[in-house]
Design a binder for this molecule. Sequence first.
Ligand SMILES: *[C@@H]1O[C@H](CO)[C@@H](O)[C@H](O)[C@H]1NC(C)=O
Ligand SMILES: *[C@@H]1O[C@H](CO)[C@@H](O)[C@H](O)[C@H]1NC(C)=O
Length: 362
Amino acid sequence: MTVRLSRIQLALFFILLCPVNIIGLWWAVGSPLVMDPNSICRKAKRLAGKQAELCQTQPEIVSEVAKGARLGVRECQYQFRYRRWNCTSHNKYFGKILQQDIRETAFVYAITAAGVTHAVTQACSMGDLLQCGCEATRNRAPPRPPSSSSSSSSSSSSGEGVKWEWGGCGDDVEFGYEKSKQFMDAKRRRGKSDIRTLVDLHNNEAGRLAVKLYMRTECKCHGLSGSCTLRTCWKKMPHFREVGDRLLERFNGASKVMGGNDGKTLIPVGQNIKPPDKQDLIYSDESPDFCLANRKTGSLGTRGRICNSTAMDISGCDLLCCERGYREETVVFEENCLCRFHWCCVVQCKKCLVQKELSLCH
Ligand SMILES: *[C@@H]1O[C@H](CO)[C@@H](O)[C@H](O)[C@H]1NC(C)=O
Ligand SMILES: *[C@@H]1O[C@H](CO)[C@@H](O)[C@H](O)[C@H]1NC(C)=O
């Protein structure tokens, strides 16, 4: 109990330090901790503002928001697993990243806003929330066949006699999108639109759009004996891995911006650079190289990281270890092996000791 309390206090301490107080990230930062939304909301009461209000009026949504933020951070850790900065959610250092305005900050904001959109929408489809459910399709134009006609019913070729209808349970992404906006864009400092806030809000939106603009259509055939006289179709969100991949591409092509004179606009830096669109990630400061540990920049350094001595890309030892070199180490671990399938349905494995050569950065 005492441990738990002090952890919550730690989270609170963090939230007070955080310049743009995004409630989702507060939990994300404590990602190994699964906190109960009620106690979070009790604590949040002390904090004035929009978020405390949301916390009290929509506690069920709050817990989905927290799940979404964690989903986002986990995806960030996957996407950055071979990079110098690997999105480690170590409290102090992660907090520092969030306070800057570098590419990595942009990615974290985008992926968490996307995670919240995704998790809330998913909860709606699963029937976990009273406020929402499957997408209402009553007033929508009938679906058109997906362009890729990779249907199983190859004989009944494109169209004639096949009726298309909306049905099933479509994902109500609009709801998740709005909730993500409400929770993630809530600002503590009223009205102050400094450049950093503008940048953060832009990247939040880019993250949400990486979900909302890439909905896919799924369909199912109905008819006698394999015929397909009626197709029902519904909209599904992209898989979250796909969202992460897409945002990583945006990270690689992120645009540098600076504030205009009016303090309300962002202008691209550099000549002949096309202005970033809504889906692009933006930043205003150059990233540190993340080679050495540095509290100020939130860099943990790459000492001790596992690198790949044969890869020539960012996961290769040269780049990952910042030319400091590396050492080989043999590690022994247990693995499942000699697995056999027993009818029906058990798989039995033996434990084997496996040796592996690892390269670790100096
Ligand atoms: C990420 O980097 C930190 C510090 O460099 C390291 O301790 C941690 O193990 C890394 N995480 C992964 C998943 O590689
Ligand atoms: C190391 O890099 C090589 C070449 O890119 C690749 O084939 C191999 O799978 C990598 N090994 C690991 C453990 O990632």
